[in-house]
Ligand binder design. Structure first.
Ligand code: TTP
Ligand code: MG
Length: 399
């Protein structure tokens, strides 16, 4: 099947939301970022303001010099967040193969859409129309055979446009464009490439690979592949968080191993409960320690088998803790435990470790009671004593 990737990006996103709320701002130079006499930077500039040279990242003081007549707004982030969610929801109506790339942009894999929506540009226009009608916001779209060319195309289509790169045309499309149009080429890389006489993406594509490596190091190889229109990256729908962790900073630095052990137990139970809630298992456990002198260390160890049960998480964390304390004995300010390399284990968590299977019903039962009556309704001997000790010390150990 012919690969067709669509990249869509809202035009002057923050500013467009403001213009939708206050139509009298339309067609004028508008800046979101704050008052011109504040120390902030331009977050978003309307296309009218860009004619004066204003762009994102520029200091507001500089922007004011270039365009004092612009309307400077502080921004309403709640509204932008809402618009971003609605934007993504419209995209999700078309396909689940979406990769959000920021608040106002996403890649969609629209390969094979033709029988449903017609040619690829018709799909793009349909999406743009819905965004305009339902959200009142302009968006630009690029369609190509790769993510990199689709992104460049949407950028060229701005504002309020659509550009399709013909099938198998990514390399030719990119070749005549200036270097700074290629994602990954910032001002420094551009200057380096210009210093050897390059001006276009096509010239970078044709440079001997040894010279690219010499000039740009290993990242140069990727850039050169992109310059040739070679980019097999897939659309990656967002994954849930890649790790889960809990930590606590003690009100007073702690030296007693018992308190550290009990706190670790408590934090491990929190991490385990969150894993089970997300129906996931972890492969790795990470311990975090911050000593009284603020030195912070992390230590990581794999579990024998992927798990979401409190006990192996705690035991592994405890081994790491003991080892760390044997290497450096100092009061501890902060203790944390986390799990990572998560896998989905819907329905049968801990299917890999039979020795742990009998603990599964116990953990589930505890989760159930805690969800109903609160986390501290049930406590292990360790954490119960901890609570008493901390109460006596008037310390807030619960993170
Ligand atoms: P962009 O899509 O980079 O910019 P834009 O939507 O304002 O303009 P364009 O038409 O070129 O796409 O970023 C989206 C929003 O993210 C932008 O409206 C404001 C915010 N943003 C910042 O807060 N700081 C920044 O430096 C940039 C680049 C964006
Ligand atoms: Mg944008």
């Amino acid at each position: 099947m012919l690969r067709r990737i669509l990249h869509i990006d809202l035009d002057a996103f923050f500013v467009s939301v403001e213009q939708r709320e206050r139509p009298e701002l339309k067609g004028k130079p508008v800046v979101v970022g704050g008052r011109p006499d504040s120390r902030g930077v331009v977050a978003s500039a309307s296309y009218e303001a860009r004619r004066y040279g204003l762009k994102a990242g520029m200091s507001l003081a500089k922007a004011y010099q270039l365009c004092p007549q612009a309307i400077y707004l502080p921004g309403n982030f709640h509204l932008y967040g809402e618009a971003s969610e609605q934007f993504m929801a419209i995209l999700a109506d078309f396909t689940p193969d979406i990769e959000p790339a920021g608040m106002d942009e996403a890649y969609l894999d629209i390969s094979g859409f033709e029988p449903i929506y017609g040619p690829a540009p018709a799909t793009g226009e349909r999406i743009r129309k819905r965004i305009k009608e339902e959200l009142g916001l302009p968006a630009s779209a690029g369609i190509a055979g790769s993510k990199v060319a689709a992104k460049v195309a949407s950028d060229l289509a701005k504002p309020d446009g659509l550009l399709e790169v013909p099938p198998a045309g990514d390399c030719a499309f990119l070749s005549t464009l200036p270097l700074n149009k290629l994602p990954g080429i910032g001002p420094k890389t551009e200057a380096l490439l210009q210093s050897i006489g390059l001006r276009t993406i096509g010239q970078l594509a044709e440079l001997p690979s040894s010279q690219v490596r010499h000039l740009l190091g290993s990242s140069g190889e990727l850039l050169q592949r992109w310059a040739k229109g070679i980019d097999p990256r897939k659309i990656e729908p967002p994954t849930a968080a890649k790790s889960i962790s809990r930590e606590t900073t003690f009100a007073k630095d702690i030296i007693k191993p018992f308190v550290l052990k009990a706190t670790l137990r408590y934090l491990s139970e929190k991490v385990g409960a969150e894993l089970r809630l997300q129906k996931r298992c972890a492969r790795c456990v990470t311990l975090k320690l911050r000593y009284s002198d603020f030195q912070t260390i992390t230590r990581r160890r794999s579990l024998l088998a992927p798990s979401n049960i409190d006990q192996p998480i705690f035991i592994t964390g405890l081994q790491l803790l003991k080892k760390a304390l044997s290497q450096r004995q100092r009061p501890v300010r902060l203790l944390g435990i986390g799990v990572s390399v998560l896998i989905f284990a819907d329905g049968q968590p801990d299917m890999f470790d039979t020795s742990m299977q009998q603990l599964q019903p116990l953990n589930n039962c505890i989760d159930h009671l805690r969800q109903k009556y609160g986390f501290t309704v049930l406590q292990s001997g360790l954490t119960f004593r901890l609570k008493e000790m901390m109460a006596a010390q008037n310390s807030d150990y619960i993170s």
